[in-house]
Write a protein that binds this ligand. Structure first.
Ligand SMILES: [Fe+2]
Ligand SMILES: [Fe+2]
Length: 257
């Protein structure tokens, strides 16, 4: 899939980078369990032939257990291209997200969190896990109980970290990785009652402030729709593995940026 990078006036300070398009493979929600044997070996072996970089959009393991991550890493070591990743909510379940993130980092995955970003082949990669809160006019606001205000404050701080990550890049073409969805489009298909727990428009509002973001990738909404766009028209793709399987893609989806 080729994404439009129509000529536009560059933002001051942005660098156009190489004209060659980068092949970006993406998948999320592998949900590796500790009893599995090489569940995704084929994915990590094949992707090196099909793409220049692999984006991992969170929920790579089921509960964030060390033993699960070891199963994942046994497959992941077959990958011969750069890997960029974000954490999912499932990596937090056991209460040791820092351990999971360090294991992935030590295995060669550049983990985007805390406002970090990176560059591969002249294309920028920004992102983070993201957070919940709902979409559009129905997004939860900081009103009423202190607990609601604390919750909304976490969503605001999360969006601020995403902004730091995007703003630190000087690339004319950037990709944003998230676990939670920034738009409602790609959660449609899930029960409407849980849409607000699948992502937040705060993420899209942040993304839309930056013209150099050309592609947004996320997971988490297993029964959601494969694609949508932000208000500014930035394409958003849900690359949760269960969604990719509905498209006949058994491992990952590849985009050209
Ligand atoms: Fe998931
Ligand atoms: Fe998730």
């Amino acid at each position: 899939m080729t994404l439009s990078t129509d000529a536009q006036t560059l933002q001051p300070g942005l660098e156009p980078g190489p004209t060659r398009r980068l092949r970006v493979a993406a998948v999320g929600d592998l949900h590796v369990g500790e009893g599995q044997t090489r569940p995704h070996r084929a994915l990590f072996e094949r992707v090196s032939d099909d793409a220049d970089v692999l984006c991992l959009c969170g929920d790579l393991v089921n509960f964030g257990k060390t033993a699960e991550v070891e199963v994942l890493l046994d497959d992941l070591r077959s990958c011969r291209i750069p890997m960029v990743g974000v954490m999912g909510n499932h990596e937090h379940e056991c209460g040791q997200p820092e351990t999971v993130e360090k294991m992935l980092t030590d295995a060669g995955v550049t983990m985007l969190s805390g406002g970090r970003s990176c560059e591969v082949g002249g294309v920028g990669f920004a992102g983070g896990k993201g957070f919940v809160g709902g979409f559009g006019r129905y997004m939860l606001s900081a009103f009423g109980e202190a607990s609601i205000k604390t919750f909304v404050q976490e969503a605001v701080e999360d969006a601020t970290a995403l902004e730091t990550s995007i703003r630190s890049l000087r690339t004319e073409r950037s990709v944003v990785l998230l676990h939670y969805s920034p738009v409602v489009d790609t959660v449609v298909g899930e029960p409407p009652e849980i849409h607000a727990f699948l992502g937040s428009s705060r993420l899209a509002e942040t993304i839309d402030r930056y013209d150099n973001v050309k592609l947004v990738l996320h997971g988490h909404a297993h029964r959601g729709a494969p694609e949508g766009k932000t208000n500014r028209g930035v394409p958003v793709f849900n690359v949760a593995l269960p969604v990719l399987r509905t498209l006949g893609e058994t491992h990952y989806r590849v985009f050209e940026v």
